[in-house]
Design a protein around this ligand. Structure first.
Ligand code: SF4
Ligand code: SF4
Length: 187
């Protein structure tokens, strides 16, 4: 995403143009072959499979697109992107929709995913790498689901998958990157 793209007058753009301007993905080339949806490992959980979501973007159905669960359930595996005969970066288009929607103050249909993403990024900013136990703590505070996945957490702790003390390495360099990105994103 470029700084110039962020500063565009977004209110005057159609959804297809907006996704193109902000995410650099032109979904207008999609001819609905369905290859993205048939390869998607989480399509069975989605309300609109990737093909349908791309079509809704083309039609400018902003409300339908923003209220979809699809982009929040996307695992970012890029299978759709690599399968698309039109070389459309579908995964990037889905990420762009998340950015546009949250920027406009929309509420995600799967709010825990946004909470997870925020906990992950905050953790990275603080420690320079992921400190799993700290990230789980942040996530639990955000979701309020303190006992969920407790059994699995204990198993991971026993197998030494969680470190009790964070291993901070390159923290200040990563923190500087975050600061630079924040500065660039300011209107
Ligand atoms: S990147 Fe997302 S939408 Fe594409 S195949 Fe993977 S999970 Fe499905
Ligand atoms: S694979 Fe590409 S062309 Fe086919 S439906 Fe998906 S986005 Fe459209």
């Amino acid at each position: 995403m470029t700084e110039a793209a962020i500063n565009l007058d977004e209110s005057s753009l159609k959804l297809t143009d907006l996704v193109s301007a902000v995410g650099g993905v032109d979904v207008s080339y999609c001819y609905q072959c369905g290859k993205c949806a048939t390869g998607c490992p989480v399509a069975y959980e989605m309300d609109l499979v990737p093909t349908q979501l791309i079509h809704a973007i083309q039609l400018g159905l902003t409300d339908l697109v923003y209220k979809s669960k699809t982009m929040w359930l996307c695992a970012g595996c890029l299978t759709c992107t690599t399968r698309c005969p039109q070389e459309i970066d579908i995964a990037e288009a889905l990420s762009t929709i998340k950015i546009l929607m949250t920027r406009e103050g929309g509420t995600p249909q799967v709010p825990d995913v946004l909470k997870f993403n925020r906990s992950f990024v905050q953790n990275l900013n603080w420690f320079g790498r992921i400190y799993e136990l700290g990230m789980v703590g942040m996530l639990k505070l955000r979701t309020g689901k303190f006992t969920q996945d407790m059994a699995m957490g204990m198993k991971m702790l026993k197998k030494d998958k969680f470190h009790l003390i964070p291993r901070i390495r390159g923290g200040s360099a990563v923190h500087q990157i975050f600061k630079r990105v924040k500065k660039q994103e300011k209107p």
